[in-house]
Design a protein around this ligand. Structure first.
Ligand code: MG
Length: 340
């Protein structure tokens, strides 16, 4: 180990936390850096002729392949749609690449493909290109999936980390921790398993509706790997602003909190697959909430905090229920491997 950098790739390098960040900045960007990649957004925003598009890709290695509330196929469609959605675009089309391990039951593959088709139809996107590869037994774990997607940017929508101001409100469209705790409980065979359900869902319908009807939405990001903690830290990184959230306002299902307590997880660090965090102008918050509450994927939406001035470092702080304060750190990334 030199300079604290491990010599081999660790599972935590894929955890969406500090180590993923390090890998991207120290090893990927030096070779590939360019203007569209530089903001490290959920999607790249490109001008192609007269069209303004968002373009993104994501790979899915979740274990187990089927879980309460979804499966790897549904996840592969929703995850890419959500990265396009939070970048301010309306998803149009996906590609689908399957890497299948020798020995996977054809019936299992059929179930996954059925789920992919159904989720894509419901979300109004088409799978327009694809690829199928097989690898020897032992070279993969059943199936890995990659999807890429394009979306058309909504006219007049400009989202960016540079648009925040002190006093802006931070809101989330519903409960946190559901996806990650469902996966880990199912993997460990924990007794709450039957009451937990992943929140895996395509968010574009809700995000487009908000962006088309509310002025003053500054930024959105889906709170996937690394959970709410990672997203909030990414939002203030490199800025002179902080974010303060209130524990009492965090929407968490009691069964999710219970599972997290027993398994030793901080719900703030746990992945979601149907949640986005938005920073909005103070005067826009109420309208956003009202619209969210009328939408099936935003019924438990809440303002959870606000953008504050930061004295020296850009900090995310949690005001606890009993009036204390603690710093919400960027998770390291090793807590929950293969969660999506
Ligand atoms: Mg994302």
């Amino acid at each position: 180990m030199a300079n604290g950098t491990p010599e081999r790739i660790l599972l935590a390098h894929g955890g969406g936390g500090q180590l993923t960040n390090q890998l991207i900045r120290s090893h990927i960007l030096p070779h590939l850096g360019n203007e569209a990649l530089a903001p490290l957004g959920d999607s790249a925003c490109l001008e192609l002729g007269s069209a303004s598009i968002c373009f993104t890709t994501d790979s899915y290695v979740v274990k187990p392949l089927f879980f309460r509330g979804g499966d790897i196929g549904k996840l592969a469609v929703c995850g890419t749609i959500n990265d396009l959605a939070v970048a301010g675009s309306r998803p149009l089309a996906l590609t689908l690449s399957l890497i299948v391990e020798e020995g996977l039951e054809v019936h299992t593959l059929d179930r996954i493909l059925e789920s992919i088709g159904q989720t894509a139809r419901q979300a109004g996107v088409s799978v327009v290109a694809g690829d199928t590869k097989t690898v020897e037994r032992g070279s993969a774990d059943g199936i890995f999936i990659n999807t890429a997607g394009i979306g058309i940017r909504l006219p007049g929508v400009e989202l960016g980390l540079d648009k925040f101001a002190v006093g802006d409100k931070v809101f989330i469209n519903g409960t946190i921790g559901d996806h990650g705790l469902t996966i880990i409980s199912q993997r460990e065979g924990i007794r709450f398993e039957s009451q937990l359900e992943s929140d895996c869902a395509p968010l574009a319908g809700l995000t487009c509706m908000l962006l088309e009807n509310v002025q003053g939405i500054r930024f959105m990001r889906d709170a996937t790997r690394g959970g709410l903690a990672a997203v909030l830290n990414e939002m203030v990184e490199g800025s002179r602003l902080g974010i303060e959230i209130r524990e009492a306002d965090l929407p968490i299902k009691p069964v999710v909190q219970g599972a997290a307590d027993v398994l030793g997880f901080d719900v703030l660090n746990v992945a979601n697959e149907g949640k986005f965090v938005a920073v909005v102008a103070p005067e826009a918050a109420e309208k956003c909430l009202e619209l969210c509450h009328a939408h099936e994927l935003g019924r438990s939406a809440r303002v959870i905090g606000e953008v504050v001035e930061s004295r020296d470092l850009p900090l995310v702080e949690l005001r606890t229920k009993i009036g204390g304060r603690r710093i919400v750190q960027m998770p390291y990334g090793r807590e929950l491997p293969r969660i999506c």
